[in-house]
Design a binder for this molecule. Structure first.
Ligand code: PLP
Length: 433
């Protein structure tokens, strides 16, 4: 390292409120991670090539970024972007739209479009993400799949977090139309699945029940590994553009990539029977969708490094972290268990204090609709609620775990994590010698 730059850097961190002790503690962890980070760089390099190659193959040109309004017939940018996604995910087709408002909407759409009254869906990865409970009707809601006569069953994971193949085989019935698999742990404490593990359960399903649709909730997983669930047989992969694949630039949106007939069902459901993919103007967001996708592999790289760095710091300080510093990564989420309300609150305040936007506000725990305890959330994002940007949240209840993710650059993620440690040491929650 250039010593002059290093000195200037230390000085700058000090001016930003990071003490010498905190900085040096972080530097030790970072040094330990050098080799690990090289692997993360290589994954990003691979995925960068994958994305560029897909854009070249689809012959992306400046016309793709033009504003389209009204019905959006012949919206060239939109149609070409859907080809790019299909090339990246190696699927027959894709639906990538600003009219898909978020990840929950994309998942609800994929389900509602491909299930009919009397059909059954099964989650083979245990309880799905919270917001899906109302989509499915596990929790009562207007317009749930349950109201439309679509039933749901769930196969819980085994105690070690792996798939329960035996029970899956016994649970599938003739009316089972679709199984869903959530790649990321979301806000649970089970491990996230690797694409390889997802491939095993899909292979298991396809050998026994070839007609059952295998759908993967890919939220937070895109570009973390070399392959995506569609590379190991998923019929549908679904995600949000204000997470990984939007690269921080997409201001809204969701995607569904998969088998042509299933994507057509999604398009008919999103717009209207008969109209499908033909309508839905892109309203000027295309340049951000393309550029965000182009940046996504390196943005995800920064977020993954940030997650590992946080794991390293808090593991070293004796806290329980999921995943651990050494574990392979399958998504960008990091959980840290502080065991006290004070711990999670200070952590979130550190993330907020390091944000480029709204850094001067102090997040406090608050009652939120849909939660059974107070929740604290830290985000200073360019795009509201974007969780590819550095963000953290924690329910104020045992085990007092904070879930943290994102960072558009590694440098910013690092600063944010150092700031959490700063806040925790100032509050006396942790001591570094
Ligand atoms: C974020 C997320 C969702 C829902 O996405 P929203 O954009 O918040 O609606 C669904 N599943 C998983 C695993 C997620 O991480």
């Amino acid at each position: 390292m250039n010593h002059n730059i290093e000195e200037r850097l230390k000085q700058h961190y000090a001016e930003a409120g990071i003490s010498r002790k905190v900085y040096e503690f972080g530097m030790k962890i970072e040094t330990d991670l050098k080799e690990r980070f090289e692997t993360i760089d290589q994954i990003a390099e691979y995925n960068q090539l994958k994305v560029v190659h897909a854009m070249q193959k689809a012959r992306v040109n400046t016309e793709c970024f033009q504003y389209a309004s009204g019905y959006g017939y012949n919206d060239f940018g939109r149609d070409t972007l859907e080809k790019v996604y299909a090339y990246i995910f190696h699927t027959e087709d894709a639906l990538v739209r600003p009219q898909i408002t978020c990840g929950t909407h994309a998942l609800a759409l994929a389900l509602a479009a491909n299930l009919r009254p009397g059909d059954e869906m099964i989650s083979v990865a245990g309880k799905p993400y919270d917001t899906l409970e109302e989509v499915i009707g596990i929790r009562k809601s207007k317009g749930s799949l349950k109201e439309y006569g679509i039933s749901y069953r769930q196969v819980d994971l085994l105690a070690d977090g792996s798939f329960d193949f035996e029970t899956i085989e016994k649970t599938v019935r003739p009316d089972t139309k679709l199984v869903t698999i959530q790649r990321s742990k979301g806000y649970q404490t089970r491990p996230s699945f690797s694409v390889e593990q997802i491939g095993e359960v899909i292979r298991f399903m396809k050998e026994r029940f070839p007609d059952v649709i295998c759908m993967v909730d890919n939220c937070y997983g895109e570009f973390v590994e070399l392959q995506e669930p569609s590379d190991v047989g998923a019929d549908l992969v679904v995600g949000s553009l204000i997470k990984n694949p939007g690269g921080g630039l997409a201001p809204i949106g969701g995607y569904i990539a998969g088998r042509k007939d299933l994507i057509e069902n999604c398009a008919y459901r999103l717009t209207s029977p008969g109209l499908g993919k033909e309508v839905g103007a892109s309203l000027g967001v295309m340049k951000d969708f393309y550029q965000g996708l182009f940046l996504a592999p390196t943005v995800v790289k920064g977020a993954v490094k940030g997650a590992i760095f946080a794991a390293g710091i808090y593991e070293k300080l004796g806290f329980s972290v999921i995943p651990s510093m050494k574990e392979e990564r399958h998504d960008i989420i990091q959980a840290v268990e502080f065991g006290t309300a004070e711990g999670v609150i200070r952590f979130c305040q550190g993330i907020q204090a390091a944000a480029p936007v709204d850094s001067y506000v102090t997040p406090e725990p608050w009652a939120m609709p849909g939660y059974d305890s107070d929740v604290i959330m830290a985000a200073g994002a360019f795009v509201q609620g974007s969780s590819i940007e550095l963000s953290a949240d924690a329910p104020i209840k045992p085990p007092y775990a904070v879930y943290f993710q994102g960072g558009l650059t590694w440098e910013h993620a690092k600063f944010g994590i150092l700031m959490t440690l700063q806040k925790l040491t100032e509050a006396g929650v942790v001591t570094i010698e």
